[in-house]
Design a protein around this ligand. Structure first.
Ligand SMILES: [Zn+2]
Length: 288
């Protein structure tokens, strides 16, 4: 008698921020303008929510506190459609630029804004631009102390990542105060080299097979792979911000490929929120 192995459910994740909050564009678009620029989040976000619905897929949305304070109706819509809401920090400042006090404030205020917006607990966190690296382990202690139960900020193999890419699959971190789950972004190992394959620009600019192969290889290890995308990556008509050629190529190149590639990915794999894998999130809230 053979026992059928349960198919792996991967993680589809979304970093929810406006088109003008992208780190690569920060030198060309001052933060002082954030409140006066025309918002566009709803365009890409609603396309994404519709594609996910068409494929019966649920995701984890890492949302900025800044967004929860200005567009709470969009955050409520994400939650009402069954997706998990988690924190992307307050205002998209890199963890490496924050003091411990500032980081605690960022994760505390974004958690409380998001919880007040959707009326459900927030237990997941992703650092802007995956900016937690070796030497920043203090951030994990603060996350746990502030009530978070998982982090998804480590992107093994990514340029500038300061972690040795030895842990490519989800794992538990034993901290002074308790256990924090780490959910790294998907990678593909060829020979002894680990390539970043989690989504975003890698998904738009490199062949589709990169991410597809990374998720298949995670399945062979019996592990979920974690994919990420931003709403602005589906918004082909977003205003163009003037920046050097290579920056604009990286940011705006391949936007038209995002939607068809997402359709292909969602047809090929099953996805669920990270919190569902960890047992911390149920799409149907229990009534007490
Ligand atoms: Zn971000």
């Amino acid at each position: 008698m053979s026992i059928a192995r349960k198919p792996v459910c991967h993680h589809f994740t979304v970093d929810v921020e406006e088109y003008f909050q992208v780190l690569a564009l920060e030198p060309y678009i001052p933060r002082a303008l954030w409140d006066v620029l025309p918002p566009r989040l709803d365009v890409g976000l609603r396309s994404l929510l519709d594609i996910l619905s068409e494929h019966n897929a649920l995701a984890t949305f890492f949302v900025l506190g800044w967004i929860a304070d200005r567009a709470p109706e969009l955050v409520r819509e994400i939650s009402a459609r069954g997706h998990e809401v988690a924190s992307h920090g307050s205002d998209h400042r890199l963890v490496t630029t924050l003091t411990k006090v500032e980081f605690r404030e960022s994760v505390r205020t974004s958690k409380s804004s998001l919880e007040n917006t959707i009326g459900r607990p927030i237990v997941g966190y992703r650092a802007p631009n995956f900016s937690i690296g070796r030497g920043d382990e203090w951030a994990f202690e603060i996350l746990f102390e502030e009530g978070y139960r998982y982090d998804s900020s480590i992107f093994p193999g990514r340029r500038g990542n300061r972690f040795v890419p030895s842990e490519r699959d989800p794992y538990c971190m034993r901290l002074a105060a308790g256990t924090l789950h780490e959910i790294p972004l998907a990678t593909l190992k060829i020979g002894n080299t680990v390539f970043p394959a989690g989504g975003g620009a890698f998904f738009r600019h490199l062949p589709y097979e990169l991410v597809h192969s990374a998720l298949r290889s995670a399945e062979r290890r019996g592990m979920p792979g974690t994919f990420y995308i931003h709403p602005w990556e589906l918004d082909t008509n977003q205003p163009r911000i003037r920046a050097p050629f290579l920056t604009t190529l990286r940011h705006y190149g391949g936007l038209a490929r995002t939607t068809p590639r997402l359709e292909r990915l969602l047809s090929a794999f099953r996805f669920q929120p990270i919190g569902t894998t960890l047992g911390t999130y149920d799409p149907i809230p229990s009534v007490s």
